[in-house]
Design a protein around this ligand. Structure first.
Ligand SMILES: Cc1cc2nc3c(=O)[nH]c(=O)nc-3n(C[C@H](O)[C@H](O)[C@H](O)COP(=O)(O)OP(=O)(O)OC[C@H]3O[C@@H](n4cnc5c(N)ncnc54)[C@H](O)[C@@H]3O)c2cc1C
Length: 381
């Protein structure tokens, strides 16, 4: 079925991003995996392509598309390279940047937005802590007033771009008497004294995404590091999380769709018993099932992207998109591994890596159990 989400203007932007990724990024994919890092020149390249400035107003060096479809198609193209590209770059331009654009002081915007737009600065977000993930309202890192400044202490874990980030949005407790109403957000310069990084974490998949722990030891933050109002950080996160979950959903489907396409090619080529494996009825039925699942899921996600572009996406619908797309992606990739047979279990094959890369999509950006909790609450049971 033809997708109706995108116009010619979107398609032109897609072509330029796709050409850049094919020319400058895909040939080096093995190197990024080996280095466990996306090279800085890729960030700068994506800056030049206009991807990193999609959410940033022109006065700060961005292109401010003002149309979420551009964010979505950029994420689709990144996911076709790998989930790690989609997650690392997506966190930067689609998740962290809106917090700075919407909530930072003028001086902080001037300091960070032009550098994020150009790819000179990489951004991360730290919500999760060693003892707190789903139960975000219970986070322990603290920021305490010291004159006009704030003193930040505590730690974060599983932070995407954590090892290389130049700037991070950090959630910290500013009122120990409250739960969700005692949390604030700060924009934190990663070069400040007391901001320490742990090792790159050894993940099951997505090796080229750097994921790290962060430690804060009496980090002195200037007064204007506060994002928005004090003690209102939890509300800000709840307002921004639907976009994060929609971005996840977009990449989940795009990633599975890309690998499914590669699997169909393989089924045409690979021979067994003197015929292509795609000619066996079982393979045909499996692939027919997967193509259908992807297209039907895509239709929901496209509608969610259109709703978000119109400012109408609800938190519940974003949760449905994130939950369902992650389940479909994981099921599709598991079947793709099966179609590849033994080769599907070899790390050097993209299908094997994709399968490992995808496992986390049921866990991050709010686990699928938390997504069902959000959806369940809306049923007024
Ligand atoms: C590769 C990777 C990258 C990440 N990147 C970032 C990042 O950049 N920034 C960031 O802040 N975080 C990041 N995260 C953290 C991620 O968002 C958390 O791992 C996730 O929110 C789950 O939290 P947790 O790991 O503490 O699990 P827990 O909250 O301890 O959950 C454990 C299990 O209990 C279940 N559970 C918990 N509460 C409930 C409930 N109420 N009802 C039913 N089941 C429940 C969960 O669904 C899960 O199955 C990343 C994680 C990974 C693995």
């Amino acid at each position: 079925m033809d997708r109706t989400l995108y116009s010619t203007e979107h398609d032109q932007f897609r072509s330029s991003v796709r050409d850049y990724l094919a020319r400058d990024v895909l040939p080096n994919a093995e190197q990024y995996i080996e280095d466990k890092l996306i090279a800085r020149d890729v960030w700068r390249g994506l800056g030049e392509q206009g991807v990193l400035g999609l959410e940033i107003p022109e006065e700060y060096g961005g292109g401010e598309a003002g149309d979420y479809r551009f964010n979505a198609l950029a994420q689709e193209e990144l996911a076709a390279v790998s989930m790690a590209f989609a997650s690392s770059v997506g966190i930067d331009f689609d998740i962290v940047t809106p917090y700075i654009v919407d909530l930072a002081s003028e001086a902080q915007k001037q300091q960070w937005l032009p550098r994020i737009a150009s790819g000179e600065a990489v951004a991360a977000i730290g919500m999760t802590e060693p003892s707190v993930g789903s139960d975000l309202a219970n986070l322990k890192s603290s920021a305490v007033r010291s004159g006009d400044d704030w003193i930040l202490n505590g730690s974060k874990t599983f932070i995407t771009n954590g090892y290389t980030c130049d700037v991070a949005v950090i959630a910290a407790r500013t009122n120990p008497e409250q739960r969700s109403k005692g949390i604030s957000l700060f924009v934190v310069d990663a070069s400040l004294p007391g901001f320490e990084r742990g090792r790159k974490l050894d993940k099951v998949g997505q090796p080229e995404a750097d994921t790290a722990e962060l430690f804060f030891d009496d980090v002195r933050l200037p007064a204007d590091s506060l994002l928005g109002e004090v003690d209102r950080g939890f509300i800000a996160m709840m307002e921004k999380l639907p976009q994060e979950r929609l971005g996840s959903a977009v990449t989940n489907v795009a990633h599975a769709k890309q690998i499914l396409g590669e699997t169909i090619e393989y089924a045409r080529e690979r021979k067994a018993f003197g015929q292509s494996i795609g000619s066996f009825q079982n393979t045909k039925f499996v692939l027919a099932d997967l193509v259908t699942r992807i297209e039907v899921t895509q239709a929901y996600i496209d509608q969610a992207v259109a709703a978000h572009a119109d400012g109408k996406l609800t938190a519940v619908d974003a949760a449905k998109a994130k939950y369902f797309s992650a389940e479909v992606q994981n099921a599709v990739l598991d079947s793709c591994v099966q179609v590849f047979g033994g080769y599907g279990y070899m790390r050097e094959y993209r299908v094997a890596r994709a399968w490992m890369d995808a496992r986390v999509t049921r866990i991050w950006a709010g686990t699928n159990e938390i997504m069902k909790e959000i959806i369940g609450r809306s049923l007024d049971l």
